[in-house]
Structures are given as structure tokens and as C-alpha cells.
Design a binder for this molecule. Structure first.
Ligand code: 13P
Length: 255
């Protein structure tokens, strides 16, 4: 009942012309059976969103899209920020919250991530909450407790209905952009014991059973199948491999 979600986080890549070309190639590479198998979503930079919207609407593409960040504020004197209402107006269905690169380079803490998750829900945008441990935490075998704590803080104050719609992406920081993918068992351990179990504790089993949990970190066509076979993994959040239409289409097909 949890439809797989394959989401491409483009990070800071592709201007709006490149964005149009990539989405066109992706649309060409995917067919109806692919969209039946999985929900396909791209997360381009803010400056690309209008172009992607125009293409998706004009050609009635089944590709969803969203943003990589959202302001916790609704409007006002917040130079450089982009609000939930702006993203909703552009047709964004998803937004990342708490990506490790935002946590690390922009000092986003769990309280801010929680506020961004709430800002997304306030405008009917589905947050993709990113959690996951760094290498030191992994080496100390604290990855489950660490990630569970991030989940607990990020969902504080959400209703059960919101948690059912929430997407959580487990992205171990040591596996991002390094080519070092977590083993399927390692990914399952955290997606199950840290993410879904925590939601079941805070809400209930039925609610937690509806939340989609993704794995992210060096997902490629040759490793996605083993990861997606795991009981608590419902999709992938893909960085590098989402920048090539053929690879991304393969991920949709193999995942
Ligand atoms: P890579 O797939 O490039 O490792 O990036 C993962 C990621 O951070 C997606 O959000």
C-alpha cells in the first residue's frame, strides 16, 4: 500500500535550461508502467521550478516536483528565503527538510527542521524529512539512537494524519556522494528500528505503517534493487544519479 517513491535531489546543479532538458529526457525515458511502479519526483534548485512547472503542466507529465528547502516563515523581511505559499503556488508537492548539507553548512538544528516540516504541511506540501548519522556516530554504534532522536524532534507537534503523509529519508552522511552505499541490512536497520519504530512509539503502528521511508546515499542502478527489497524501505532519495536521465529512469524501473 506504500507506493515506492524515487526522488531526485539535484542539489545545486542545472540552470533552468538544463532543467528543462533533463526533465524532457526523463519524460522520454519513462512510460506508464514506470509511473505505476513508482512515484517519480525531481527536486531542482529554486530558480528551475517555474520552468519545470511549465513543462510538467504543458505536457501533462506524470513527474512530480518540489524544492530543496523552505522558509519557516510565511512572508516578510527574510532576505533570500523562499516561503511555503510561494512553493505551493508553483505546484510543488514536496520539499526537503533537514538535509544533512543544510544541517552542516547552514547550521540547521532539529528545532528549525521541525518548523520547516510544519511550514510545509501548512501549505499542503509533503515534507521529505532527512535524517541520518555521520561517520563518528556510526563508528561509535550510536546510529540508531542518534537517528531516532532526530526523528522524534522533527515530528514534534505533528498530528497522526500528518505523520501518515510524511516522508522520511534516512541518509547516512558517510554514504552521501562518497560512493560508499550502506548495505541493505544497514539501511533496513535504521529505517526500521530508528524511523518506523520511533513513529510507532510516538503515534501508533497503523500510522507508522503508512509513512514512507526512503534510503539515500550513493544509490545507483546497480545497488537499488537490494535496498528496495528491504521491508521498511519504500524508495530512494538520489543525488548524483538523478542528474542523468537514463540512470534515474533505471532507478525507477529497478527500484
Ligand atoms: P548521492 O546520491 O549523490 O550520494 O546523494 C545523496 C543525497 O544526499 C540525496 O539527498
Amino acid at each position: 500500500e506504500r507506493k515506492p517513491l524515487i526522488a531526485g535531489n539535484w542539489k545545486m546543479n542545472n540552470n533552468h535550461l538544463e532543467a528543462i532538458a533533463l526533465v524532457q529526457k526523463l519524460a522520454f525515458a519513462l512510460d506508464a508502467a514506470d509511473y505505476d511502479r513508482a512515484e517519480v519526483v525531481v527536486l531542482p534548485p529554486f530558480t528551475d521550478l517555474r520552468s519545470v512547472q511549465t513543462l510538467v503542466d504543458g505536457d501533462k507529465l506524470s513527474i512530480g516536483y518540489g524544492a530543496q528547502d523552505i522558509s519557516r516563515h510565511e512572508k516578510g523581511a527574510y532576505t533570500g528565503e523562499v516561503s511555503g505559499p510561494m512553493l505551493a503556488k508553483l505546484g510543488c508537492s514536496y520539499v526537503l527538510a533537514g538535509h544533512s548539507e543544510r544541517r552542516e553548512y547552514h547550521a540547521e538544528d532539529d528545532a528549525l527542521v521541525n518548523a520547516k516540516v510544519k511550514a510545509a504541511f501548512a501549505h499542503a506540501i509533503t515534507p521529505i524529512l532527512c535524517v541520518g548519522e555521520g561517520l563518528e556516530v556510526r563508528k561509535a554504534s550510536n546510529h540508531v539512537a542518534h537517528t531516532a532522536e532526530q526523528v522524534r524532534k522533527a515530528v514534534d507537534g505533528l498530528t497522526a494524519e500528518q505523520v501518515e503523509r510524511l516522508v522520511v529519508a534516512y541518509e547516512p552522511v558517510w554514504a552521501i556522494g562518497t560512493g560508499e552505499v550502506a548495505t541493505p541490512d544497514d539501511a533496513q536497520e535504521v529505517c526500521g528500528a530508528a524511523v518506523r519504530s520511533t513513529l510507532a512509539d510516538l503515534y501508533d503502528e497503523a500510522t507508522a505503517a503508512r509513512t514512507r521511508v526512503l534510503y539515500g546515499g550513493s544509490v545507483k542502478p546497480d545497488n537499488i534493487a537490494g535496498i528496495m527489497d528491504m521491508a521498511d524501505i519504500d524508495g530512494a532519495l538520489v543525488g548524483g544519479a538523478s542528474l542523468k536521465a537514463d540512470d534515474f529512469a533505471k532507478l525507477v524501473r529497478l527500484g
